[in-house]
Each structure stands twice: as structure tokens, then as C-alpha cells.
Write a protein that binds this ligand. Structure first.
Ligand code: MG
Ligand code: MG
Length: 261
């Protein structure tokens, strides 16, 4: 069942999503060679709690941390670890969630650690562009196939692999609600978008092949060919003409300055 949200509920969702947005900016401040993903997780949890929210990833299905940290060939759901230190040339996708006043926030961004090779930077750029191509289609009267097609077409025409196994989702009182929001699809097909629907759109795009495998920890997914993967996510409310983006990359951009990632 797809829950339509009232304007009041959408404002509560915005509040949770802006906490996520500012938590991601805290991550942007810290990301550098030598920092462990455990340090990032501890800071994220502290920041979320300091803002009167709780980290909704922590304990979700047994997940042991407040953020997912997916480095290089890891696609999503990487587990922070005190043994994993970021190094020059890495990319790290940070997926973060916060729960406040009964509503969930969920957003993700992929960052560069120091200087990253141009081919990988272009993957990040294309994945972020694909997110906004999807958001352009996320308006009343369009269908989920329009969103998925926009993401898929933008990436596949440039030779990238579009992950099939992991998808976006509705979000509200639960972090994962119906409908599923795939990053692939056919125009004019699928669930019709209505006012009050709130969805997380989250392209996961691979430099090489689209297939992924699970690591032995049962959570982390990585690309089958071990080439890098990028992940950007916004939570958006469906409106007439233009989606209302409830999360934000603005705080990250303030931290990064001239650097886009
Ligand atoms: Mg997420
Ligand atoms: Mg999500």
C-alpha cells in the first residue's frame, strides 16, 4: 500500500531529511586519507542524536552502524570499521538516515578522498546527474517507469552499469515503504505518481558491469568486476510540475567549496 502524505507530514519528513543533509556535510568535513569509516560512523551518530533524532539505520535488520560506508567497488551497505581507513584516490559513498517526530530521512552522497582519477570522477558526475534526471520525472501524473528510464538512459548511453538488485523506495513513517523505485524502466509504465507520494530516488551506478555480489558479512555489496560504483540519493515529495526535494546537498556543497565531490 502506498501512503499519501499530508503537507504537515511532508514538513516533518523535510525536518528529518535536513538533519541527514547536515550529517552528510559533517562527513564531508572529515573525509580525508587516514580517517577510518568507524570515525565517520561515530560522528554521524553523535550529530544525529545532538539534533534530537535517532539513527534509523542502526539496528535496522540487524545493521550494526548509523551510516553505510561503501568504498570504491562497494556498491551499497558497506559496514563502517575501525580497521578500514580511507586512502588517497578512494571514493566513499555515505548513505545516512535519521528518524524524528515519527518520520524518516534518507539521503546519500559519494565523496572523493583526495585526488581521484578522472574516469571515476566522471562516474560520480554522471550518477549525480542521473539522480536529477530522475527527479525531473518525479511529478504528478508521470509514472515510476519515467523516473527509472531517465536514470537508466542517462547512464547506459554513456556505457555505465545500472544496478538492478537494489532500488529506491517510498518513505514516511517507515524507512522503506511501497512503492519500489527502480533505476531502470520503460516510459509510461508503472505506478502513477500522485500528490503526497514521497519517494527516495537513489541511482547506484557502476563504472563497469551492472552485476553485484554480496560480501561474506551479509550486508556489503560490491561490483562483480571490482570496478568502482557511485550512489547518490534524495528523498522527494511528488508535486505538480516540479518535485519538492526534501533532502539537500546544499550543506555538503558549502563544505566542499570548489570541489564537487
Ligand atoms: Mg539511503
Ligand atoms: Mg534509500
Amino acid at each position: 500500500m502506498i501512503f499519501l502524505k499530508t503537507d504537515e507530514e511532508i514538513e516533518l519528513l523535510r525536518e528529518s531529511n535536513l538533519i541527514v543533509a547536515r550529517t552528510l556535510a559533517e562527513m564531508a568535513k572529515m573525509i580525508a586519507p587516514g580517517v577510518s569509516t568507524f570515525d565517520l560512523d561515530k560522528r554521524a551518530e553523535e550529530f544525529i542524536r545532538d539534533n534530537g533524532a535517532s539513527p534509523n539505520f542502526l539496528g535496522y535488520g540487524g545493521f550494526p552502524a548509523s551510516i553505510c560506508t561503501s568504498v570504491n567497488e562497494q556498491v551499497v551497505h558497506g559496514i563502517p570499521s575501525a580497521k578500514d581507513f580511507l586512502k588517497e584516490g578512494d571514493i566513499v559513498s555515505i548513505d545516512c538516515g535519521a528518524y524524528k517526530n515519527g518520520y524518516h530521512g534518507d539521503s546519500a552522497y559519494t565523496f572523493c578522498v583526495g585526488e581521484v582519477d578522472p574516469e571515476t570522477v566522471k562516474l560520480l558526475k554522471t550518477t549525480k546527474e542521473a539522480l536529477y534526471k530522475g527527479i525531473e520525472q518525479a511529478v504528478e501524473g508521470k509514472r515510476l517507469g519515467d523516473v527509472g528510464y531517465a536514470v537508466q538512459n542517462h547512464c547506459e548511453t554513456q556505457g555505465y552499469g545500472v544496478v538492478r538488485e537494489m532500488v529506491g523506495h517510498g518513505i514516511g513513517k517507515d524507512m522503506h515503504e511501497a512503492p519500489e523505485v527502480p533505476n531502470y524502466g520503460k516510459r509510461g509504465v508503472g505506478v502513477k505518481l500522485k500528490l503526497g507520494m514521497v519517494i527516495a530516488i537513489e541511482p547506484m551506478i557502476n563504472l563497469g558491469r551492472k552485476e553485484l555480489v554480496f560480501e561474506k558479512d551479509g550486508w556489503t555489496t560490491r561490483t562483480i568486476d571490482r570496478k568502482p560504483s557511485a550512489h547518490f540519493e534524495h528523498t522527494v515529495a511528488i508535486r505538480k510540475g516540479k518535485a519538492d526535494i526534501l533532502s539537500s546537498f546544499e550543506f555538503i556543497e558549502q563544505v566542499l567549496g570548489d570541489k564537487e565531490f
